[in-house]
Design a protein around this ligand. Structure first.
Ligand code: MRU
Length: 343
């Protein structure tokens, strides 16, 4: 299964809102379809959002080329802004868009802008796939021979251009012959754990057990978890990590129960320009995602709701941050600063 593919000027992606019951693929030449898909979480997960946005801009280039647009430079800049406004938290989105935007130059004609952007989008996708492989391999060193791992949200092939981040580590460990069992938080309100992670793990033949988010504390108290492993949408230069709402709960629990808590990210998820948690914009989503389950209201229809999609875990609660290059240990700033100086 590939979450997204580029072929002959068309993008094909799996509609993640239909999983786990229907494996439905959408093929499009219309960048607006990609914008809608990111907003509605048909396409989701920080690295995949970045890849999809880059391909989306490539589709826009082809459309402007077909229309022989005279105004293509202005049009493309507007379209890139539209992509930037899809979701605010994952830094991969802005990182990928900045990479393709570099080719929008008055010195180039529409044909070369288009070719360069298509090539760059494919490169972003290929690089992500390789980063997933390295994260899996490097991260395996923190997994004991027999491991009960608790994870949150979805960090697998559905969230990236390859096998995933935290899930790539789990898949690699299983392939290396380790005895793995994964506890999967259902991840309210959109249930990425229940719908997507269980689906991916079962497909990969990895033992998994679904729990409600509320069950994690009891599970840790019973000493049924050896380590907690999640992804992140944005990590600051000093190691504050924004990830799916509920991740911070797990980090606090891990500290209390003296269990390691790791985050796995490609370096494209590290925002080297910020060092304060308040600088991360936390997406707040539609209240109906909390009031309803599918089409059914489970609360009074007009009740007030607070629905942040992400929370922020402070660096001192993170045992290690695994990237394609290294397993970094607290304090993170000195090592991440070196990445900034090598930019
Ligand atoms: O709202 P989502 O489903 O896009 O949130 C995704 C997550 O929180 C993931 O943990 C994160 O993007 C890392 S994916 C490798």
């Amino acid at each position: 299964m590939q979450a997204i593919q580029w072929q002959n000027g068309l993008v094909t992606f799996i509609d993640q809102t239909k999983l786990p019951h229907t494996e439905e693929y959408i093929t499009t030449s219309d960048y607006n379809v990609i914008i809608e898909a990111i907003k509605k979480l048909r396409i989701r997960g920080a690295p995949l959002i970045g890849i999809a946005a880059a391909y989306g801009v490539a589709l826009a280039c082809l459309e402007l080329q077909r229309k022989k647009s005279q105004n293509y430079l202005v049009d493309l800049k507007i379209i890139i802004e539209e992509f930037k406004n899809t979701r605010p938290t994952a830094v991969n989105l802005f990182w990928a868009l900045d990479r393709v935007a570099k080719f929008v130059s008055p010195l180039s004609d529409i044909d070369s802008v288009t070719n360069n952007i298509i090539n760059e989008a494919i490169k972003i996708h290929t690089e992500d796939k390789l980063m997933c492989e390295s994260i899996g391999k490097l991260g395996n060193q923190i997994v004991p021979e027999k491991a009960n791992i608790l994870t949150h949200c979805n960090t697998g092939a559905l969230a990236t251009g390859g096998e995933g981040t935290a899930l790539a580590i789990i898949k690699y460990a299983q392939k290396a012959g380790k005895k793995i069992n994964v506890f999967v938080d259902e991840t309210r309100p959109l249930l990425q754990g229940a719908r997507l992670t269980t689906w991916e793990l079962m497909k990969a033949g990895i033992n998994c057990t679904l729990i409600t988010d509320n069950t994690a504390a009891f599970l840790l108290q019973q000493k049924k978890v050896d380590l907690i492993l999640t992804g992140a949408d944005r990590v600051t230069i000093n190691g504050f990590a924004a990830n799916k709402i509920g991740t911070y709960n797990l980090a606090v629990l891990a500290k209390f129960h003296n269990i390691p808590f790791y985050i796995a990210v490609p370096s494209s998820s590290i925002d080297l320009d910020i060092d304060k948690p308040e600088q991360i914009i936390i997406e707040e989503r539609n209240p109906d995602e909390v009031r309803k389950i599918k089409d059914l209201y489970i609360s009074p229809e007009t009740v007030n709701v607070y629905n942040p999609s992400f929370d922020i875990t402070p660096p001192e609660l993170i045992t290690g941050i695994i990237t394609e290059n290294n397993v970094y240990r607290y304090p993170y700033q000195p090592e991440f600063y070196k990445l900034k100086s090598s930019e």
